[in-house]
Write a protein that binds this ligand. Structure first.
Ligand SMILES: C[S@@+](CC[C@H](N)C(=O)[O-])C[C@H]1O[C@@H](n2cnc3c(N)ncnc32)[C@H](O)[C@@H]1O
Ligand code: SF4
Length: 276
C-alpha cells in the first residue's frame, strides 16, 4: 500500500474496485432516483381509479383446446349461489377498502362465458356494482362483456344494451364449421355471424377472438376465417395463437396419437423450402 493513500477509503485506494469491478454498477433501487417523479400530496392522496373484473366460470361446453378453469352443465341453483356470492363480495370489498371513493374506469365481465348468465343474474351483478361503487352515469366507463356466439341471442343482446354494456367481445375462434366442430363447440358459421349482428345491433364496440393453430386448420381455412371476420366490420379482431395445455382434450388426443395439430411452420402459412 502507498502510505500516502492510507487515509483513503478502501474503494478509493482501489482495493475493492480492482478485486470486484463487476459490482461497481450495482443498482440499489429501480427506477433509479434520477427518474423519480415529484408528486404532490394531492397526487398521493387522490383516490386511485378502479378497473373492475368480474369472473364468470361457467360455459355451455368444455372446448377441446381451452385450458381455462370452467364448469359445464351447472344447475341454475349453483349459478345463482355463485352470483349471490359475487354480489356479497362486491359489497364487502367496497365497504372494507372504501372503494366508493374511487372512480371506476372500466368494468369487464370475463370467463368462462358471461353471456351464459340469464337476465336476472346479469342485472343483479350490474346493479350491485352501481350501488356500491363510484360509477359515473354521465361519463360512462367502458363496460365489456365476454361471450360465446351460441349464447348471444337477440333477447340477451337487448339485456346487455339495457345494462349499459358498451363493448362486447365474442369468442369466435374460427368461421369454418369443420374446425368449430373439431373443437367441441356448438357454434356454426351461420350462428356466429348472427350473434355478431346482434352484438353490433346494440351499438356496442364489438371485438371477436380468432384462434390460429386449431385442429384441422389449413392455410385455406385460416384465410377464410380472416376474410369472413373482416367482412363483418367489427371494430377489432384479436388473434390468439393456440397454446397446448395438459388439462385439455387436444392434449390427451395428441398424446394418444388420435389428433395431429398444425406445426408452427404450417401455422405461419409460409411455404417451407424442401430439403435436397
Ligand atoms: C375465456 S375465453 C372467453 C370466450 C368465450 N367463452 C368463448 O369461448 O366464446 C377468451 C379467449 O381465450 C382464448 N383461448 C382459449 N383457450 C386458448 C388456448 N388454449 N390458447 C390460446 N387462446 C385460448 C379464446 O380465443 C377465447 O375466445
Ligand atoms: S373457449 Fe370459452 S366457451 Fe370454450 S371452454 Fe373456454 S371459456 Fe368456455
Amino acid at each position: 500500500m502507498n502510505t500516502e493513500d492510507a487515509h483513503l477509503e478502501p474503494t478509493r485506494r482501489g482495493f475493492l474496485t480492482n478485486l470486484e469491478p463487476s459490482r461497481r454498477g450495482f443498482i440499489t433501487n429501480y427506477p433509479n432516483f434520477q427518474h423519480w417523479k415529484k408528486l404532490t400530496s394531492g397526487d398521493v392522496l387522490a383516490p386511485k381509479p378502479l378497473n373492475i373484473y368480474v369472473h364468470i366460470p361457467f360455459c355451455a361446453q368444455q372446448c377441446s383446446y381451452c385450458y381455462y378453469r370452467t364448469f359445464t352443465g351447472s344447475r341454475k341453483s349453483e349459478i345463482d349461489r355463485y352470483v349471490d356470492a359475487i354480489c356479497r363480495e362486491i359489497e364487502i370489498a367496497a365497504e372494507r377498502f372504501h372503494l366508493k371513493e374511487r372512480p371506476v374506469l372500466s368494468i369487464y365481465f370475463g370467463g368462462g362465458t358471461p353471456t351464459l348468465l340469464d337476465e336476472k343474474s346479469l342485472s343483479k351483478i350490474t346493479e350491485t356494482l352501481h350501488k356500491h361503487l363510484n360509477i359515473d352515469s354521465t361519463n360512462k366507463p367502458e363496460f365489456t362483456v365476454e361471450g360465446e356466439p351460441v349464447t348471444l341471442i337477440q333477447k340477451k343482446a337487448d339485456v346487455l344494451k339495457r345494462l349499459g354494456v358498451n363493448r362486447i367481445s365474442l369468442g369466435v375462434q374460427s368461421l369454418s364449421d369443420d374446425i368449430i366442430k373439431l373443437s367441441n363447440r356448438q357454434d356454426t358459421e351461420e350462428k356466429v355471424l348472427r350473434a355478431i349482428d346482434f352484438a353490433q345491433g346494440t351499438g356496442a364496440v364489438v371485438n371477436i377472438d380468432l384462434m390460429s393453430g386449431l385442429a384441422g386448420e389449413t392455410p385455406d381455412t385460416w384465410a377464410y376465417s380472416v376474410k369472413r371476420a373482416l367482412e363483418t366490420g367489427v371494430e377489432s379482431i384479436t388473434v390468439y395463437k393456440m397454446e397446448l395445455y395438459a388439462n385439455t382434450q387436444y392434449y390427451k388426443d395428441v398424446r394418444n396419437k388420435t389428433l395431429d395439430l398444425p406445426s408452427d411452420e404450417q401455422e405461419l402459412v409460409i411455404p417451407i423450402p424442401k430439403k435436397n
